[in-house]
Design a protein around this ligand. Structure first.
Ligand SMILES: CC(C)(COP(=O)(O)OP(=O)(O)OC[C@H]1O[C@@H](n2cnc3c(N)ncnc32)[C@H](O)[C@@H]1OP(=O)(O)O)[C@@H](O)C(=O)NCCC(=O)NCCS
Length: 200
């Protein structure tokens, strides 16, 4: 793959797993995203550094359109996930903080409260790890979590990422607390739990 002009890089979508359809964020997703944020606010406000203010549906739409621009420019890959059975939006994830020269991608994720505990974070993240290595020729895929976020840690463990170390005082949480930030990564698909996934 030629990475010299990122805007020409093909990013086949959607990504389809047994229970989910994952696709890049798109204009118009804001209303559903905002409902998802309201429903999940206690948890995302606790753990996600960006979740300082709930805001309005229009602000969610603005944020999504900005993410869509970044997707088109190949600067960031924001992914929204939908239940195949019901069509409802259930998660937000993505491949972030990368350069095309280095191709070390970071995955972040959150799942709406009413859809948690069914393995969706694990299923979608497994698919994105595969996408990173198989489509984007990743050299590494990284995930980090705030110290104390046991559910997030469990997802990382289930996907067999290796512990790299801890970034001391690595994250400022929305409540003002600063926490350590354990780091994990994979450099290949070896040992990743099986998953039926296709894209494009
Ligand atoms: C973390 C999060 C994405 C998990 O989503 P999910 O779809 O429920 O995750 P999964 O069902 O794939 O896996 C969750 C695992 O955590 C386990 N778990 C649940 N509560 C737990 C707890 N208090 N302590 C430890 N493990 C816990 C579940 O049992 C499950 O593991 P198992 O399959 O071995 O039983 C979701 O809780 C969330 O959106 N949290 C708020 C945002 C966030 O923290 N994002 C991560 C930032 S790094």
């Amino acid at each position: 793959m030629d990475f010299s002009n990122p805007i020409l890089i093909d990013l086949p979508m959607p990504i389809v797993t047994p229970r989910l359809i994952l696709r890049n964020c798109q204009p118009g997703d804001g209303v559903e995203m905002h409902e998802m944020k309201i429903e999940t606010w206690d948890e995302i406000h606790r753990w996600m550094p960006w979740a300082t203010e709930l805001g309005t549906p229009d602000e969610s739409e603005v944020n999504i359109r900005e993410a869509y621009v970044n997707f088109i420019q190949r600067k960031d890959i924001r992914i929204h996930g939908y239940e195949r059975e019901t069509g409802r939006m259930v998660l937000c994830s993505g491949l972030h903080r990368f350069t095309w020269a280095l191709r070390r991608f970071e995955i972040g994720f959150w799942v709406r409260a009413s859809a948690q505990g069914q393995g969706y974070a694990t299923e979608s993240t497994n698919a994105l790890i595969r996408y990173a290595f198989e489509v984007l020729d990743a050299r590494a895929v990284k995930i980090e979590h705030a110290e104390g976020n046991e559910k997030s840690k469990r997802v990382i463990e289930k996907l067999g990422l290796e512990y790299e170390g801890i970034k001391r005082a690595g994250q400022l949480l929305p409540d003002g607390n600063i926490v350590d930030h354990p780091q994990y990564s994979r450099t290949s698909l070896d040992g990743l739990p099986d998953l039926d996934v296709c894209w494009g």
